[in-house]
Design a protein around this ligand. Structure first.
Ligand code: B12
Ligand code: SF4
Length: 533
């Protein structure tokens, strides 16, 4: 069979700076799983075509016109393009399958456009899909996420496609995506991995990959996509330390502060860790993963800032992740504390996020119960600067005013000066400068939304949850985002189906668990398939 695997990493680029950012940075966001799916399909004897799309060129343009089946992976914010392409392929008689973060969060909505929506997957599930074991209109899942994945060597054709220039030349940002573990021991209510148990992937596989990289792709950056890297710190670091010091590839991680304690930070430096992005999220909540016990407010800030200073002495690039607008946020305190943190740790880039209720999370369930999700807001707006829910303690006008205050502090001349002075590394300076400049440009979008909230009564009513009529501003922005694909998605298509975000196995609700026809010896035992009744 001819199989296409398309990973969408962004909507079509709209202006020159956007284009440059996508070519340099976004191109390097390719995930591990679509590459693994591509290798598995090849190993199963199919003619396989893999293409990451980061907003430049024609998505899937290199695929043959007579594909039998296409797998599309997408984030929720890019789901409109995924849906448009599913329509295009569906009309051409190609079987369509969606996987990745959006399918995991909103599988039932995906079935409006795709034949199959995949939640968790492994090689066997992919083989069963290719063998046609599932009826169109099914949400399917392996019993748990895969236990093992192809080696870097096996993924090399995909890595060249995603991370090299013209699949041939590496450049300064070339990044090899890797995983050493799956899941996470914490259960942050906004995260789609809140209930995925932490599991190490085979360490001998990790060792083989690191050895391969150190000899075949020396110096190339490794991006660990583990939701929480190093939870079993000693076991993972033993493997990294087994590579001779001069041959260790630089690597980046996302990890919780509770993991990044004491002498471990030096171990990270010695193994060539160059970037860490811990989630602080809030000054009131999520203190367990920050490792600060029950501390909150200024006490938490002092402990966290101290830990960041320690990290800064050892790791060249740091990012601190925050969410503003959680139910625990109230009044000016979160703003003042976050600004204070930025001032105390200018070397750490503050990633300021808006809460987003992804399906399958406790946050989504609670907001659904409280009727706080803006039901007619298309999924394309499930990311900053857009707000898709009502907030407990801020009206929309006050919220955007405060967000703008935070961003203005983050991008002030003084913060930029301190940021640039905090490092002697040229690459880090370039990244700080670029991120500050790009955030300054985004502030205008926040200001525009604030202006409409103040001046347009209907727009404000929509954001207060009192009207379900999607403002024209969002229709217009949606069409701009989709570019020439906009004509494939009607106004009705844009309205999400939030009713059954996630089917519960065997539930008596509106979705039924059906046994896959391929079950039995060597079949799909252990897999679940759900079809809307
Ligand atoms: C590593 C990571 C990143 C990395 C790498 C991105 C990448 N392309 O993978 C970086 C830092 C670049 C990143 C950036 C962003 N991220 Co991120 N990221 C993660 C993180 C921590 C782990 C993802 C991962 O690789 N897990 C390991 C894999 C194996 O597990 P998995 O993704 O669950 O995949 C399973 C299934 O979904 C399925 N599957 C996955 N892909 C495919 C593909 C096919 C074809 C099939 C059939 C199946 C399939 O199989 C897997 C095994 O069962 C998750 C949080 C989390 N805890 O999961 C957030 C997460 C995926 N990110 C998220 C977001 C929002 C973003 C950003 C938009 C943030 C921002 N504000 O800019 C950007 C956008 C990136 C982009 N457009 O490509 C959200 C996505 C929610 C959503 N529904 O869209 C998540 C879930 C965090 C959250 N809020 O809960 N991210
Ligand atoms: S610590 Fe990170 S990966 Fe783990 S549940 Fe919280 S947000 Fe998700």
């Amino acid at each position: 069979m001819k199989v296409g695997i398309l990973e969408i990493l962004g909507s079509p680029a709209r202006y020159p700076t956007d284009l440059a950012y996508r070519l340099v940075m976004r191109k390097q966001y390719a995930s591990v799983t679509p590459q693994a799916v591509s290798v598995w399909c090849r190993q199963l004897g199919h003619e396989t075509f893999y293409a990451p799309y980061y907003g430049v060129g024609d998505p899937g343009g290199q695929f043959p016109t007579d594909l039998d089946i296409v797998f599309i992976a997408s984030y929720t914010q890019d789901s409109a393009l995924a849906y448009a392409l599913a329509k295009k392929y569906g009309r051409a008689g190609v079987r369509t399958v969606i996987g990745g973060p959006h399918a995991k969060a909103f599988p039932v909505d995906c079935l409006r456009f795709f034949d199959l929506a995949v939640k968790e997957c492994d090689k066997r599930l992919i083989a069963d899909i290719l063998a046609g074991h599932f009826d169109p209109g099914s949400v399917i899942s392996s019993a748990k996420p895969f236990d093992d994945l192809p080696t870097v060597q096996e993924r090399l054709p995909e890595i060249r496609k995603s991370a090299f220039l013209w699949s041939r030349r590496r450049y300064f940002m070339t990044t090899v995506p890797m995983l050493s573990s799956m899941g996470c021991p914490y259960n942050c209510n906004f995260c789609i991995d809140w209930d995925t148990p932490y599991r190490l992937l085979p360490l001998d596989r990790l060792a083989a990959d690191l050895r391969f990289l150190s000899t075949e792709l020396p110096g190339v950056l490794v991006g660990f996509h583990d939701p929480n890297f190093g939870v079993k710190f000693d076991q993972v670091l033993d493997v990294l330390e087994a590579i001779p010091p001069d041959s260790r590839n630089p690597y980046m991680i996302e990890s919780s502060l509770s993991v990044l304690r004491g002498p471990r930070v030096k171990q990270l430096r010695e193994t060539n860790c160059v970037a860490v992005a811990p989630g602080v999220e809030s000054w009131v909540d999520y203190s367990n993963k920050a490792g600060v016990g029950r501390e909150a407010g200024i006490e938490k800030l002092e402990r966290v800032a101290e830990q960041f200073r320690h990290l800064h002495e050892n790791i060249p690039y740091l990012q601190a992740n925050f969410i503003f607008g959680l139910d625990t946020d109230e009044g000016d305190e979160p703003i003042e504390l976050t600004k204070e943190f930025m001032t105390r740790t200018p070397f750490a880039w503050p990633a300021l996020n808006i809460p987003v209720p992804y399906g399958g999370t406790p946050l989504y369930d609670r907001l659904g119960e409280e009727d706080r999700i803006l039901k007619s807001m298309p999924f394309s707006f499930y990311y900053a600067p857009y707000l898709v829910m009502t907030l407990k303690n801020y009206d929309p006008v006050t919220y955007y005013e405060k967000l703008i205050e935070l961003f203005e502090h983050c991008c002030s001349r003084e913060m930029l000066r301190q940021r640039m002075n905090s490092t002697t590394r040229r690459t880090v300076k370039i990244i700080h400068w670029t991120r500050t400049a790009s955030t300054r440009a985004w502030i205008n979008v926040y200001r525009n939304i604030l202006r409409m909230l103040r001046s347009d009564r209907e727009f404000r009513r929509f954001h207060e949850g009192r009207s379900q009529v999607l403002p024209e501003f969002y229709h217009h922005t949606y069409e701009q985002m989709l570019g020439r694909y906009a004509e494939l998605i009607s106004r009705k298509d844009r309205m999400p189906n939030l009713e059954h975000a996630v089917p519960a196995p065997g539930s008596d609700g509106p979705l039924t668990l059906i046994l896959s026809p391929g079950g039995g010896e060597g079949g799909v035992r252990g897999h679940g398939a759900f079809r809307p009744r």
